[in-house]
Design a protein around this ligand. Structure first.
Ligand code: ZN
Length: 238
């Protein structure tokens, strides 16, 4: 598997490790920087029109490359069954050089922000995704104060960025069943914290029943754009 990175009018060849599956080739055109080392690209198969939007995360020094290798291993192993459901699809890690400097990059599904969801449903999906991650033996470690890692993708919420994830043996947490009800202080630190933020009603008033609204047109949001504000019982994603 290989990748040709097209960036600022130049091309850089990248190769996947020997254990990578298949002979797939990506032509990756960098469109814009989304966040630090995260870029939005258009990808196409060899000779084909690059139309598919993906996320490319790149690192240069030894520390950053090692972090990407660690994250790629998580996607390939423990997180594999969650790909596409609770987390982005992972398309591989590639090694090469940019401007004569060693580099590595990983390719991920682009989870565009946008749309609308009731916040009880959003809370439910966040907790399901977080519990799924903990159930495979990982703690995300950057969810509690970084809501940008929660992205509306289609009709689900996906959790991104596992660069801080650590092995974890989860002891679980007590669900928050009523507004203002606290979590179990002896439970899993991350799940208890998430319950406090996203537990069923999160201390908000219980929304009145109302007809569901048609989904709004998905905005061209970056993958790091997040749920931003609550409006009349609905969480609006921008
Ligand atoms: Zn846990």
């Amino acid at each position: 598997m290989s990748l040709t990175l097209h960036w600022n009018g130049r091309t850089y060849p990248f190769e996947a490790p020997d254990d990578a599956r298949g002979s797939e080739h990506h032509d990756a055109y960098v469109d814009k920087r989304l966040h630090k080392n995260v870029h939005l690209i258009r990808s196409g198969m060899l000779g084909g029109k690059p139309t598919r939007q993906l996320v490319l995360k790149i690192g240069y020094d030894d520390e950053d490359i090692a972090a990407l290798e660690k994250e790629a291993k998580l996607y390939r192993d423990q997180l594999k069954p969650l790909q596409g459901k609770h987390i982005p699809f992972f398309f591989g890690i590639f090694h090469g050089q940019v401007e004569d400097q060693d580099a590595a990059c990983i390719l991920l599904e682009y989870c565009a922000g946008g749309g609308q969801m009731t916040y009880p449903e959003m809370n439910r999906q966040i907790m399901l995704a977080a519990c799924a991650i903990h159930a495979v033996g990982l703690m995300h470690c950057a969810l509690l104060h970084r809501p940008q890692h929660l992205i509306l993708s289609g009709k689900s919420v996906k959790i991104v960025d596992f660069s801080h994830a650590e092995p974890h043996r989860c002891v679980g947490a007590t669900p928050t069943l009523y507004p203002g009800m606290g979590g179990d202080a002896t439970g899993c630190l991350e799940l208890v914290g998430l319950e406090a933020c996203y537990g069923v009603f999160s201390g908000e008033r219980i929304p009145e029943a109302r007809p569901s609204r048609p989904p709004s047109r998905a905005a061209d949001g970056g993958p790091l754009q997040v749920l931003a504000r609550r409006v009349g019982g609905y969480m609006t994603f921008q």
